[in-house]
Write a protein that binds this ligand. Structure first.
Ligand code: NI
Length: 197
């Protein structure tokens, strides 16, 4: 009898944990109130607001140009996903790749203008004051922190790595994480794009 009771309780607990995890996952997925207004400075020195991209999908990645590994990989992934669609004849102008620096101290307008050359030709890189960056990172719930490390000149930035997709109305659509590949980005957007040839 006792064993059955323990098993029954364990099952109840397991179901409760599962439901809780599910709920957490959906709220993360649905991105309740994720995103919001920002006005930052682009790699060409212009003031740019999220509202300038209305009618297009924003693919937003938060990172920093000194990042030795993750940022270039994720920006290359975004570029390759768009390149794939372009090779297939799709017009990708409804997709706007955006890089937001979480290291405004080093990511000046000119540093970012150099950096974007390595990626998609329409990539817009944004920087701002530390306050402006903290504000936008908070709206997207992106954690970042400066970290000193031996053997590294200056400092590194710890940061979360997601590509956020915001829809033409500015609302959160989905995110891509490290496990997604360029092909996953391409297949997500094929249905909403038009072929030009
Ligand atoms: Ni990085």
């Amino acid at each position: 009898m006792k064993v059955i009771r323990i098993v029954a309780w364990a099952a109840v607990v397991a179901v409760a944990v599962f439901l809780l995890a599910q709920r957490f996952a959906t709220s993360r997925e649905a991105g309740d109130r994720l995103g919001g207004d920002f006005t930052l400075t682009s790699n060409t020195g212009e003031k740019v607001s999220n509202r300038d991209f209305r009618g297009r999908y924003m693919l937003i990645y938060f990172g920093y140009s000194f990042c030795p590994d993750v940022c270039p990989l994720e920006l290359a992934k975004m570029t390759l996903g768009l390149n794939e669609l372009e090779k297939e004849g799709y017009n990708t102008t409804p997709l706007q790749p955006i890089f937001i620096s979480i290291d405004p101290e080093r990511d000046t307008v000119s540093a970012l203008d150099d950096y974007v050359q390595d990626f998609h030709p329409r990539l817009v890189a944004l920087t701002g004051t530390l306050e402006e960056i903290q504000d936008v990172a908070k709206k997207y719930r992106v954690y970042f922190k400066k970290r000193k490390q031996d053997g590294v000149e200056g400092y590194l930035m710890d940061h979360q790595s997601f590509i956020f997709v915001m829809g033409p109305d500015g609302d959160y659509v989905r995110l891509f994480s490290a496990k997604d590949k360029p092909e996953d980005i391409a297949s997500a957007f094929r249905p909403v794009l038009e072929k030009t040839r």
